[in-house]
Design a protein around this ligand. Structure first.
Ligand code: HEC
Ligand code: HEC
Length: 227
């Protein structure tokens, strides 16, 4: 009994913080207007490239990313208003409808083919598909899909649209993101907390291998109308 009370006391700070994140498990589906969004991205494409096909490795590609993920990512930048993030000034003046529209626009764009094609037997591919139990690395495909196109259950419930596709993303950006999940303290959504738990066991070698394979894996074209 004493033990139990001590345990409860120890876990109190954790429990107290448990309500401080945005729970995306029951978040509703996001709808935006891609055509309206096209008129609102003039400033974005200066960094993220024409139609979201970034060419400078530090800037993430946005083309063909899932709209729900893009929207939540933008809403997060606006909510946190971190002065250190280059994204903070970009989203401060945007309304919620603007965020949905630009998310719909970038999601509707085709991602350019990677410059290098993906070797399926590379160490990164093996880690992605099978993980490495000895190092405590979970297989990534369970949540990001066998070809890194997004959650395998996407389309069955809104929450799976909040899982990003990783294929054809910039390797530098992916590696920086993984290090940030692993080493950073900031995680203010249920999804960021999930990914922080996964990244905890990634060493630098694993991050480099995973990022290299993902960056060289082609991204499927967006479904639906493609003007
Ligand atoms: C000055 C350059 C710059 C401009 C302009 C800019 N961004 Fe960004 N954006 C960045 C950088 C750098 C990151 C990576 C930030 C990070 O990792 O924290 C980023 C990250 C993002 C992400 C997260 C992507 C992901 O995969 O999680 C989205 C979405 C995004 N930007 C959308 C936009 C939109 C929409 C606009 C225009 C309203 C815009 N950006 C304007 C530099 C820019
Ligand atoms: C249990 C589910 C789960 C597993 C397993 C998982 N992820 Fe994730 N991952 C997520 C979720 C959810 C997000 C969105 C997090 C957010 O919104 O910040 C994410 C986001 C990411 C991002 C950020 C993408 C971007 O555009 O910024 C990267 C990179 C990533 N995951 C890589 C991996 C790798 C590599 C593995 C395997 C070692 C992996 N993930 C395993 C759930 C998972």
């Amino acid at each position: 009994m004493k033990c139990l009370i001590a345990l409860l006391l120890l876990s109190l700070p954790l429990l107290a913080g448990a309500g401080d994140f945005v729970d995306l498990r029951d978040a509703p589906a996001i709808a935006g207007d891609a055509a309206a969004g096209a008129a609102k991205v003039t400033v974005c494409v200066a960094c993220h490239g024409a139609e979201g096909n970034a060419v400078v490795p530090v800037f993430p590609a946005l083309a063909a990313q899932h709209p729900g993920y893009l929207y939540q990512s933008l809403a997060g930048f606006r909510r946190r208003a971190d002065p250190a993030s280059p994204m903070t000034p970009q989203v401060q003046a945007l309304s919620d409808a603007d965020l949905r529209d630009v998310a719909a626009y970038f999601a509707s764009r085709r991602r350019n083919a990677p410059a290098v094609s993906a070797p399926m037997d590379s160490p990164g591919a093996r880690l992605f598909h099978d993980g490495d139990p000895q190092r405590g690395i979970a297989p990534c495909q369970g949540c990001h899909g066998a070809n890194a196109q997004g959650h395998p259950l996407r389309g069955s419930a809104p929450r799976y649209d909040y899982y990003p596709a990783l294929a054809a993303q910039s390797a530098d950006y992916l590696a920086a993101r993984l290090r940030h999940y692993r080493d950073g303290s900031q995680a203010d959504t249920s999804n960021a907390l999930i990914m922080r738990g996964i990244a905890r066991n990634l060493d630098d070698a694993a991050i480099t291998e995973l990022a290299a394979w993902l960056a060289s894996t082609p991204r499927d074209p967006p479904s639906g109308d493609y003007p």
